[in-house]
Structures are given as structure tokens and as C-alpha cells.
Ligand binder design. Structure first.
Ligand SMILES: Cc1cc2nc3c(=O)[nH]c(=O)nc-3n(C[C@H](O)[C@H](O)[C@H](O)COP(=O)(O)O)c2cc1C
Ligand code: SF4
Length: 473
């Protein structure tokens, strides 16, 4: 199936006038004439699932927030913190057309009764901030009623994208995840005291006067605009029953061409690999792909799996944010497993001791293995298995379990490959840097080299203090 240009437009939209001339703004106009519950019903009927990684049904999230928020302020927070290795689609979308993302956020605000819309991005996303700020100003000049729109910038941490940590950052605090229910207490309206939102209360609980927040990914917001503008049937005209619509995929790793493109959900993965990545590198054989650092490897024998949250989950992998890092027969899988474990061990905040300590121990053992260190303990495999079993114990957020999905599956694949590091059959492998993409230039993803300096205590200027970030912040 060919690539599509449904929400990822063929050419960047430069001004609001240009956007309006192409039919932009129609979705918001329609939403303004609808009852909020009708908008929510429309999004439910569309079957839209969040594109931030978990595939949570957007309409269900909105209905819960709306029902729980009749007596409290609501905020809409657009998650543009994109920091998962392998993923570059939200920044591409914001560069390409920030207007449809803002329009989607305004439609969401209308649906859930919010008067505050925050678009949260990383402070280093200069190009996207330079697109968003004038776009917001243009929307404001166009005339918005009672909606405050603002861009909030935050740190480069992976955890900033985790939605409860995102709310913490918007509140001016470090990116430390709260507890993990899907519906959140929201923002504290500028108070400098610790918001009850940061405690364990869920939006669904009736006690307290805190605000609620609906957090949605950038691509989810663009899809909301598409649905209101073109209708449910048109939205569902591509995709699968379980995951209607399109996915904006990123491809990097062992392919000739790295890039971002939009495909119908249901498109077999091999089609994305060929069409966007250009297939295998000459004389190499592709053996698998991993969606970011959050899911198990999709092995090549399952490449006929269509883009779909359920179909990917059925293979034991996950679609995540459709940011695929491709592996081939020249990839050192133990080094890749170490690269992912290293990334997660550094990015862990340490609020949950097994995540920081066992995650660090996993990274350390894989480091020994990829270096073909013959002094490695004989039972290192058993140690790893035990650490994979405990690393997510009591975890507050999804980062810890990424060791169990992504790292464990990469290591299992390494163990089935011909030759091993510990037997001396494989030469020591260099460090495989797994870190966020900062740009894609001429078909080559540029990975954030600054991550090489980042320590597990989140310092960047020397030795790790061995104190967890949460204790330093
Ligand atoms: C460690 C971690 C990092 C995450 N990073 C992002 C991110 O950069 N962008 C994003 O939209 N969601 C990210 N998520 C998922 C969010 O927590 C949340 O599910 C999402 O923003 C909800 O939006 P959606 O329903 O539109 O997908 C992350 C989750 C975890 C556990
Ligand atoms: S699971 Fe890890 S990253 Fe998430 S809150 Fe706990 S320690 Fe922090």
C-alpha cells in the first residue's frame, strides 16, 4: 500500500490563511455548533485510538474527563514531548502543519469543557516552537472564545513524555511520574504549592477541588481535526476495525533510507519497510524491527502483520508510536539490547527502586556481554532472567516494563543468533547508542550524541554520583 497524505501534507502549510483556504478551521466551526457530548460521541464512533503509544480510545478518555469535571476546571494538554528513540513523527507533523494540531486541541477543549490549552514540547525543539508560536498567535487573532492557548517547554528527559510527568513539568516541577491511572488530576492554576494533582488522586474520584486534564498526543490531535472536518465514515474508510485511520511511521536503523511517512492502518509492516525504508541494505537480511524502546521485537517472519494496535499486540510486540528501528543480520543484537537497557537505566528517575537498580544491573550485565568479557560470571544469563523478572516490581510508570519487553526480547533474539559474545565467537561490539532522534537529514536519522554524556543521576558533566535523580531533584 502506498504512503498517504491525509494528515501529513505533501507540502508544509505556512500560514493560517493558507490553512483556512484549504478547508482548515471547518472542524472547529462544526464543533462550535455541536453539543460537547455530541463531539465526544463522534470521536467514540470514529474509533480513534491515541497515537502516543498505548492506543487508548480517545473518546473514552474524553467522556470520563468530561463526566468527572462538571464542577472543576479542565485543561487540554497536547503531548509534543516526543523523546522515544526511533520516533520523529510528532515533530514532522508540527513542522508540516501545526494548525491542524492546534485546531484539534481546540475541538478537544470544546468537547471536555476546557478553557486552558497547553502544547507541551521540549525546549530544544526550536523549529517546532518557531512554527507553533506564530500559529497560536494567528489563531488568537482569528478569534477564539475563552480559550487560553500556550506553549510550555520542558527538559530533554524521556520521562517528560510520560503523561503524568508531563503535567508535573507544566506545573514547573521535574519530570517525575505520578501514579498510573489513565485519567489525571490536572493543573493547579498557577499555585506554587504542591498541587493535590501530584498526589495519588484520580480524576474519577470526587474528593478535592483539583482540576482535571486530558492529555493527548500531537498526532491524535491532528486526527481529531480530520474526523470533525471529514466525518466518521471518511476517517474509517482506511485502517482496521480495531485501529481505524492512519499511522505516521518513522523508520531508522538497518535500512538504506530513514524517514517519516503516513500509511493506512492495516498496511503490512513489510510494506512500510520497503516503501519508506527502501528494504534491506545491500547483501544484508532484515531480521526484525523494534517499535521504539517500548515493545518486543517484531521478527521478520511476522512482517506481514498490519499496522494496528491489536494485530501487533497479538504477535507479542506492540505498535507503540510506530517508530521502527530495523535490525538485520549485521546488527549486533547484544549491543543493541545493551543500548536500549542503557537508555532506560539512565532515563529512569529512581522513584521505584527496582526500576533504577535492577534496570541499571541489566544494563551493566549486557555491557559485559557485548564487550565479550570472558570474566563474566557463568550464571550471567540466570542473573539477567531474574532481573527481568523484578525490574518492574511496584513500577509507577511504564518505563520499567520496557526492560521486560524490548530489552529481554532483544537479548533472547541475540541468544538464538549464530555465535555468542561470551563463548568468544563474536568479537567485542562497540557501544550502540540508542537515544532520541534529533533530525533526519538526507535519509539518515541523527541520534542525540549528547546522551553519551548523560549519567544515571541525570548529570552530564562527569562521573555518576550513584544517587537517583529523584533524590537529587
Ligand atoms: C516513559 C514514557 C514516555 C512517553 N513518551 C511519550 C511522548 O513522548 N509522547 C506521547 O505522546 N506519549 C508518550 N508516552 C505516552 C503518554 O504517557 C500518554 O499515554 C499519551 O500522551 C496519551 O496520549 P494519546 O492517548 O493521545 O496517545 C510515554 C509513556 C511513557 C511510559
Ligand atoms: S518506573 Fe522507573 S521511570 Fe517510572 S516512576 Fe518508577 S523509577 Fe521512575
Amino acid at each position: 500500500m502506498p504512503r498517504l497524505n491525509r494528515i501529513l501534507r505533501p507540502d508544509a502549510v505556512k500560514t493560517l490563511d493558507e490553512y483556512l483556504a484549504m478547508g482548515g478551521g471547518e472542524g472547529l466551526k462544526l464543533a462550535s455548533d455541536m453539543d460537547p457530548l455530541e463531539i465526544i460521541a463522534m470521536i467514540e464512533a470514529s474509533g480513534l485510538r491515541g497515537r502516543g503509544g498505548a492506543g487508548f480510545p480517545t473518546g473514552t478518555k474524553w467522556r470520563t474527563v468530561a463526566e468527572m469535571s462538571t464542577d472543576r476546571p479542565v485543561s487540554v494538554v497536547v503531548n509534543g514531548a516526543e523523546g522515544e528513540p526511533g520516533t520523529f513523527k510528532d515533530r514532522t507533523l508540527l513542522d508540516n502543519d501545526p494548525f491542524q494540531v492546534i485546531e484539534g486541541a481546540l475541538i478537544t477543549a470544546r468537547a471536555v469543557g476546557a478553557t486552558d490549552v497547553v502544547i507541551a514540547v521540549k525546549e530544544q525543539f526550536d523549529e517546532q516552537i518557531a512554527r507553533l508560536r506564530p500559529a497560536i498567535a494567528a489563531f488568537e487573532a482569528y478569534g477564539l472564545e475563552d480559550v487560553e492557548l500556550r506553549v510550555v517547554t520542558g527538559p530533554s528527559s524521556y520521562l517528560y513524555g510520560e503523561e503524568s510527568a508531563l503535567l508535573e513539568v507544566v506545573e514547573g516541577r521535574p519530570p517525575l511520574p505520578r501514579v498510573t491511572p489513565p485519567y489525571r488530576r490536572g493543573l493547579a492554576d498557577g499555585a506554587d504549592v504542591r498541587n493535590e494533582a501530584s498526589e495519588v488522586a484520580l480524576a474519577g474520584e470526587t474528593s478535592g477541588a483539583g482540576s482535571t486534564a486530558v492529555v493527548n498526543n500531537v498526532e491524535t490531535m491532528a486526527n481529531v481535526t480530520y474526523i470533525l472536518t471529514h466525518g466518521v465514515d471518511e476517517f474509517r474508510s482506511v485502517g482496521t476495525d480495531a485501529t481505524p485511520g492512519t499511522a505516521i511511521c518513522t523508520i531508522s536503523g538497518a535500512v538504506p533510507h530513514h524517514g517519516v511517512a503516513e500509511f493506512a492502518m492495516g498496511t503490512p509492516f513489510w510494506n512500510v519497510l520497503d516503501e519508506l525504508g527502501g528494504g534491506a541494505v545491500d547483501d544484508h537480511t532484515v531480521i526484525g524491527a523494534i517499535s521504539g524502546t517500548a515493545n518486543a521485537v517484531l521478527t521478520a517472519d511476522r512482517f506481514d502483520t498490519g499496522l494496528c494496535f491489536d494485530a501487533f499486540a497479538d504477535t507479542g510486540s506492540g505498535l507503540g508510536s510506530a517508530g521502527f528501528i530495523v535490525l538485520d543480520d549485521h546488527t549486533d543484537l547484544a549491543a543493541t539490547a545493551h543500548g536500549v537497557a542503557r537508555f532506560l537505566a539512565i532515563e529512569s528517575c529512581g522513584q521505584c527502586q527496582p526500576c533504577k537498580d535492577d534496570g541499571g544491573a541489566i544494563a551493566d550485565r549486557l555491557d559485559v556481554i557485548r564487550k565479550s568479557d570472558r570474566t563474566a560470571p557463568a550464571d550471567i544469563d540466570n542473573e539477567l532472567e531474574s532481573l527481568f523478572g523484578t525490574v518492574a516490581d511496584g513500577a509507577r510508570c511504564g518505563l520499567a516494563s520496557q526492560h521486560q519487553s524490548a530489552v529481554a526480547s532483544l537479548y533472547a533474539l541475540a541468544c538464538t543468533a549464530t555465535g555468542s559474545h561470551l563463548s568468544g565467537e563474536l568479537a567485542p561490539a562497540g557501544l550502540e547508542l540508542i537515544a532520541p532522534i534529533v533530525d533526519i537529514i538526507d535519509g539518515v536519522a541523527q541520534v542525540d550524541g549528547r546522551h553519551l554524556d548523560k549519567q544515571r543521576d541525570w548529570s552530564t558533566d562527569g562521573e555518576d554520583s550513584t544517587t537517583a535523580p529523584v533524590d537529587l531533584l
